[in-house]
Design a protein around this ligand. Structure first.
Ligand SMILES: [Zn+2]
Length: 75
């Protein structure tokens, strides 16, 4: 698709790193499936992936995780 941010680049399938912070929990996810703009580098996380990340973050908050690096794994 055409990048909605810069409006001249095209997005291509790739991977992004995502940081989620909530209360005292910080999670860094690597290898999250995303569409990446070849012009401005903006990353658009897939909807299923972002839902999955939020669920994982909720669980981490409940477990009292403070800082963690995880590799994204499709549920
Ligand atoms: Zn762009």
């Amino acid at each position: 698709m055409i990048c909605p941010i810069c409006r001249c680049g095209h997005t291509r399938p790739g991977f992004a790193s995502v940081t989620l912070e909530r209360d005292s929990t910080t999670l860094l996810f690597k290898n999250v499936p995303a569409q990446v703009c070849d012009n401005c580098g903006e990353e658009f996380i897939d909807e299923t992936a972002s839902t999955n990340l939020l669920n994982t973050a909720e669980a981490a908050v409940r477990d009292g995780v403070q800082v963690e690096l995880r590799h994204y794994a499709a549920a």
